[in-house]
Structures are given as structure tokens and as C-alpha cells.
Design a protein around this ligand. Structure first.
Ligand SMILES: [Cu+2]
Length: 668
């Protein structure tokens, strides 16, 4: 008996040794990413990086060590990209290397193997590849479930910060003088696009975009452990929302909505990024009104037109053709998912040979238009990084073009009818917002300590930048719903909004408005028999996330938990995949921008893909783990056309209200 207890105690000790506390794991991740272009600043990790032997632990990988063998051989043969060189995910060879490291990490069965590999490869691989592989692995590995990734703009500040400010940061470091430098948005007011640069250049929005592409990598294989649910449809929806949010910022700034990119027409807007690679020079600029050029080694413009035609043909036919010649019907709610896989394209595309990779190739095409034949040896353009792509107005034009392809498909589906939408016995009796909605600009400060070079012998000086960003005051919806069914009913509540008028003050038609709608919230409630009344706060919106705290704050909280022995709780920041909550509503206008709000209450029993959603209000909106909680298509019930707008307005379980969004300038 005693020996059995002793044995159990030993097993337990061995088990706990293998799985350290959350605070310890967070500590390791923090230091792996801290000063990522410099030597490791944690003694244990440094020791690991010098002593860990990746290939000697075959039983600690669930692929028997195949991935690590592969990477070791590449390294031994000196085939890996050098350090202190730019990295672009759209560069095939570089991406393959980053994926090799990701595959090593995702196949680790325990933390010691994971962290040993991370420390080892940090010294052996290009820093950009390392950061990318580690971020994606942390997002997807079951070993790192509660790890919060530090804000990317403080890990690789060059990708988010204007060169002028980066130069000031180097100067501050050289002269050992602390500095806080003001960032401004790229360009001058001579460029109308400057008015909305606060959106495309928002570092939180850029991070959201990068994270989405890390949660749903186009190169994902299900052999990594799980299937990415509705990946293609999510691709369509996340970019649809980015586009329509951007268009709303344009309307509130009296600009016309983004025009779609056209392969037959010049690219109207040029772009001067004012950003520099940490290694590899300036990001290239693109002048105004250039004609499209074929890009050597990437694609010809006419290839893009051919792929475009094939995709539009599939929409017109109502099916796509798989590579084995069989057909996949797309005239249903699942169609957008298949089209998304094809258009991006991802590994889920059923026929990449025929439909190409419209989105990924277009990103590279746009990124290279400044040097399409490689004559000037320029590094990749901003469009070739998810961190920087939205800075370029052409990003939104490209995505408007693709959004319109999805719209062609959605508009080809049968219209919703009253029967489709009615939730028997349910009536929305009140839907209102307390007070006015109010947006404002505020100053945000982030650290540039990781932008500059240093040595362990010289102490850090505080270097940061201050940049304006959009925010809004908290508000709440008042909702009253009558349930005449005599029994409890589970309901899905969906809230959307769109500008009442366009940039010229003309009314939006219902059809224009519903396609441009912004998804503001989605949640499940239990409706009791009779009257139900509740308040929903803007901060609870399930489509947005809280901004992640600074790298320094994460480190301080981690170390406090480690030394105090308490466990680290950063769970509110675990998902960074949604839009920052600051952007929930578009910027208002001084005298108020009219904004339509609608609420759609539908059958929660029929919609829910997961149990007990009414008790779990902070479900992860785009999170890559598991099944997406809502069975309905994204944007439902605004995703399809209506034969008559009255169908929508007369459903008793829907409600509407009009509000005004005011903008009150800069708050300090
Ligand atoms: Cu994207």
C-alpha cells in the first residue's frame, strides 16, 4: 500500500515536472520573443538553446520526430535563410522554412520538448521565420492553451511604426536618452486617403488581421491536429467586415466607398509606406495611376483574369469542379465556404490547379508593382505582409474586388422569405440605445525597446511612441422581447448596423445597406414565457476583443505570478482574433452621423452548433479551436438578397432603431 502511494507520488511529481505552471510557460514565451533579434536574455532558455538536442527525443514528438529530422537536415546543409534578413510569408522558400519549424513545434508532446526546440531554433533560424512559426504554434498547440502572445507591434515594431519614428528610436538608444516620439499617419492632407489612414494604420487592427491569418493559415493541413471549421467562409467574412468597416470610416470622413480593383484599369492610388525593414532597407513605394505589369516568376496579369473568369463561371454554373472532375454544388449556405477556399486559396481548395490562388497571388502582384521585373533588387512590398498590407489603400480595393465576387455568389442564391425568418411567437417589443453614441481619438503609447539593437552590458532606456487611435464611449442596448409560446425558448440575438446615408447624404437602399452592414454583436439568451427585458453592453460584443496589454505589463504580471506562486490569469486576452473593441462602431461626425441599428432574434435551438451558449457570453468569435458556435452563415440574415425589403421589416422577431454617432475630437 505504502509503496503504491509512494509510486503514485513519484508519478505525480514526474507529471508536474513535465507540465510547468501557466506562469512558467508564459515566462518562457515572453523571453523567447523579447529582443528577438538579440541573444536570449533568460539564463535557462540560453542554456537550453546551447544544450538541447532536437533530434534525440523522437518519442517526444507525435510524428516520431519526422519534422525535426527534416529541419535538422536543412540546417546541416546550410539551406536555411540567414539571420538578419527580411522574412515574407508570401516568399515560397521562406514560408516553407517557417512551416518546417511550426511542424516541429506542433508535433511536440510535452512542454520541455516544445520550449527546448523553440530556444534551439531561435539561434539557428531567421528571426522573422521564428516569430511567425512560434506565434502560429502557440495559437494552435494544446500545450499553450492559456498563453497570451505579446502584442506583435512591440515584438517587431518595424512592421508597425513609421521609419521617421524608428530613426528617432535608434538615436535615443545610441545616446542613451529616453524618448517618447509622436507618430503621425503616413502622407499629408493633400492625399484624401490620409483622412482614413487612422484605420488602415491602426496597430490593433493590423494585429487583428495578422492574427486572423495565423488562426486560419492558408497552408494549414488537418494532420496538424484539427480541422479549421468554415475556414473559407471565415476568410470571406473577416475581409468583408474589414472592407465595410473601412467604407464606414470613409463615409464619416466624406469619402466615397472603396472602388474595386480592376485588372484592366490602372491602379489609381499610389502609396508611400514610410516603413523600413529591420534588415533589408525601405519598403518600396508605388506611384499613382500605374498600369498593371506582369510580375516575373509570379504571374501574368492575364493569368489573373483567367482565374477570375473561371471563378465567375463556377458562380454562374452553381458548382465548382474538383480536380478529379466531379462537381461540388455551391447553391447553398456552404457555397461561400468552398469559394473562400478557392479564392484565397488555401490547402482546402478542391482544385488549385484550375482556380489558382487569386487572393494570395494578387497580394504579391500588388506588392511587386514597383519593381515587377526585379531590376532594382527591392525587398517585398507592404502587401506581402499581413502586418503592413492594410496601410496600402490598394489592400481594400483588392478585397472589395473579392468581396464583390462573393456577393455575386450570395445574390445568386434564393432570397429569404417571411417563413424562413419568422420565429414563431417571438416579438421584439423594444430595441434602443441609451443616449448618443460617441467616438473620439485618444493617444496610445507603445514601446519601441525591441526595435533597436543592444547588448546585455548596456542598460535599456525607455523608448516609446505615441499614436492617435479611434475609441468610443461605452453604450448599451435595451432589448425587450415577448415570448408567447408558453415555454422557455433559446434565442440567438444578432445586432447589425449601417450608415443611413452615403458620403453625399443620399439615403442607402435596403439592399446596399444590408450588404454594407457591420456585425456588432451576436449572443444567445433564454427567453422565458411572457415578457423579457435585458441590457447588453457594448463591451460584451462577441465580435470584438480587448486590446492586449503591453509586453511590459504581461512580463510584470507573469513574474508576479511566478514569484508569488499564484497562477497567472490573462484569460480575457487569450483571443486576439476579433476586431479591437475600439472599432466596434465607426467614427461619427461632429453633428451626428445617422446610423441604422437592427436586431434579429432567431431560433437559438436551430442555430446553435454548441450547447449552453446562453451561459457563455464571451465565446471566441473567429477562434480556430473547435466548431464555430453558430450554424447560420456569416452575416445571416443579411447575407442574401430580399425580393422586397418589406419582408425584412415586417418580421415581428426583428427590430430597428436609428441612432446618431457623434465624434467629439481628440481626448487627452
Ligand atoms: Cu487578409
Amino acid at each position: 500500500m505504502k509503496t503504491a502511494i509512494l509510486f503514485l507520488a513519484l508519478v505525480f511529481a514526474a507529471y508536474t515536472a513535465a507540465e510547468p505552471s501557466n506562469a512558467q510557460k508564459q515566462h518562457d514565451i515572453n523571453y523567447l520573443l523579447w529582443k528577438v533579434n538579440e541573444e536570449l536574455r533568460d539564463d535557462h532558455l540560453k542554456h537550453l538553446s546551447e544544450t538541447f538536442k532536437p533530434a534525440e527525443h523522437a518519442s517526444h514528438y507525435d510524428d516520431g520526430g519526422a519534422a525535426v529530422q527534416h529541419l535538422m537536415e536543412e540546417d546541416k546543409d546550410h539551406r536555411l535563410l540567414e539571420q538578419k534578413h527580411w522574412f515574407s510569408l508570401f516568399n515560397t522558400k521562406q514560408r516553407e522554412e517557417a512551416i518546417m519549424l511550426f511542424e516541429v513545434l506542433i508535433h511536440c508532446k510535452d512542454w520541455d520538448t516544445f520550449v527546448g526546440n523553440a530556444a534551439y531554433w531561435r539561434n539557428h533560424m531567421n528571426e522573422g521565420e521564428f516569430v511567425y512559426a512560434l506565434y502560429v504554434a502557440v495559437l494552435h498547440s494544446s500545450l499553450t492553451e492559456h498563453i497570451v502572445l505579446p502584442p506583435l507591434y512591440e515584438v517587431t515594431p518595424h512592421m508597425f511604426t513609421n521609419s521617421e519614428v524608428i530613426q528617432q528610436a535608434y538615436h535615443a538608444k545610441m545616446t542613451q536618452t529616453p524618448g517618447k516620439f509622436k507618430s503621425t499617419f503616413t502622407g499629408t492632407s493633400k492625399n484624401k486617403e490620409q483622412r482614413v489612414a487612422y484605420f488602415g494604420e491602426d496597430i490593433g487592427m493590423n494585429t487583428h488581421h495578422v492574427f486572423w491569418h495565423m488562426e486560419f493559415p492558408f497552408w494549414w493541413k488537418d494532420s496538424y491536429g484539427h480541422k479549421l471549421d468554415r475556414k473559407g467562409e471565415n476568410f470571406y467574412w473577416v475581409h468583408n467586415q474589414l472592407n465595410h468597416r473601412f467604407d464606414h470610416e470613409r463615409i464619416s470622413n466624406y469619402l466615397s466607398p472603396t472602388e474595386e480593383l480592376n485588372w484592366h484599369m490602372p491602379i489609381h492610388e499610389g502609396f508611400a509606406p514610410h516603413t523600413t525593414y529591420k534588415y533589408g532597407g525601405q519598403f518600396p513605394s508605388r506611384p499613382d495611376d500605374i498600369e498593371w505589369s506582369d510580375v516575373d516568376g509570379v504571374a501574368r496579369v492575364r493569368d489573373m483574369i483567367i482565374y477570375d473568369n473561371r471563378i465567375r463561371d463556377a458562380i454562374a454554373h452553381g458548382y465548382i469542379e474538383k480536380d478529379d472532375g466531379t462537381h461540388v454544388d455551391i447553391m447553398n449556405d456552404h457555397g461561400a465556404d468552398v469559394l473562400g477556399d478557392i479564392i484565397e486559396s488555401s490547402n482546402y481548395s478542391p482544385n488549385v490547379h484550375y482556380y489558382g490562388a487569386l487572393h494570395n497571388t494578387a497580394h504579391i502582384m500588388l506588392g511587386r508593382q514597383a519593381d515587377p521585373h526585379g531590376k532594382y533588387d527591392l525587398p517585398p512590398g507592404v502587401m506581402e505582409h499581413f502586418e503592413t498590407a492594410t496601410r496600402d489603400p490598394a489592400f481594400f480595393r483588392l478585397h472589395k474586388y473579392m468581396d464583390n465576387i462573393f456577393r455575386d455568389h450570395k445574390d445568386s442564391l434564393p432570397a429569404y422569405t417571411t417563413e424562413d425568418l419568422t420565429f414563431d411567437g417571438i416579438t421584439v417589443t423594444e430595441f434602443s440605445v441609451e443616449g448618443d453614441l460617441e467616438t473620439y481619438m485618444e493617444d496610445f503609447e507603445y514601446s519601441l525597446v525591441n526595435a533597436v539593437d543592444d547588448t546585455p552590458e548596456i542598460a535599456d532606456v525607455e523608448i516609446s511612441t505615441i499614436i492617435p487611435r479611434l475609441n468610443h464611449k461605452e453604450f448599451s442596448y435595451h432589448i425587450a422581447i415577448n415570448n408567447n409560446n408558453g415555454v422557455d425558448k433559446l434565442a440567438t440575438v444578432r445586432i447589425f448596423g449601417w450608415a443611413h446615408r452615403d458620403e453625399n447624404g443620399e439615403l442607402f437602399s435596403f439592399d446596399e445597406g444590408r450588404w454594407a452592414a457591420l456585425e456588432l454583436d451576436k449572443f444567445w439568451v433564454k427567453l422565458h414565457a411572457g415578457g423579457n427585458e435585458f441590457v447588453r453592453k457594448s463591451s460584451e460584443a462577441s465580435v470584438t476583443v480587448t486590446d492586449v496589454p503591453s509586453f511590459k505589463t504581461i512580463m510584470e504580471r507573469t513574474e508576479a505570478a511566478r514569484s508569488g506562486g499564484g497562477d497567472l490569469d490573462l484569460h480575457e486576452f487569450e483571443s486576439a482574433t476579433g476586431m479591437p473593441n475600439r472599432f466596434l462602431i465607426p467614427k461619427g461626425q461632429k453633428n451626428g452621423m445617422e446610423f441604422d441599428l437592427i436586431i434579429c432574434v432567431t431560433d437559438g435551438e436551430a442555430d446553435a452548433a454548441v450547447d449552453n451558449l446562453h451561459e457563455n457570453t464571451d465565446f471566441i468569435h473567429y477562434g480556430a479551436h473547435g466548431v464555430y458556435p453558430d450554424k447560420r452563415p456569416h452575416g445571416y440574415p443579411l447575407d442574401r438578397r430580399y425580393d422586397d425589403a418589406r419582408v425584412f421589416h415586417e418580421v415581428p422577431n426583428f427590430g430597428h432603431t436609428m441612432v446618431k454617432i457623434f465624434h467629439t475630437g481628440h481626448h487627452h
